[in-house]
Design a protein around this ligand. Sequence first.
Ligand code: ZN
Length: 126
Amino acid sequence: MTHQELTYFKDLILKKRVEMLKDLGHIEQQSMNTTTSESSGGSSYSDHMPDLGSDAMEREKAFMFASRDGAYVTHLDKALERIVEGTFGICRACGGEISKERLEAVPNATMCVVCKSEEDRKKRKV
Ligand SMILES: [Zn+2]
């Protein structure tokens, strides 16, 4: 996946996340600053958008874990983490690429359509 595509999906996920937080009645001022600075260990309480995995975001997560929508937000957070890690859009089952169409519909998808339907089929059998 190209850098542009990653940026595109990152924006997409951030927007979905903001919408979701609005639905939850819990919206924090969200800067659309797309730079991801690598935190050099230690926790930093900056006034800027919290880095992924920062203390602020951890607190936010803890707050939202209770609800189903909150769980979805954490899925989006995980997708953002995968963008940072460089594993976004890669199927965790077969290692293949997840189609862009699928990622647009389900940006937090971790499996390609083939593996996902395979898994669903297995689940149904059990
Ligand atoms: Zn797959």
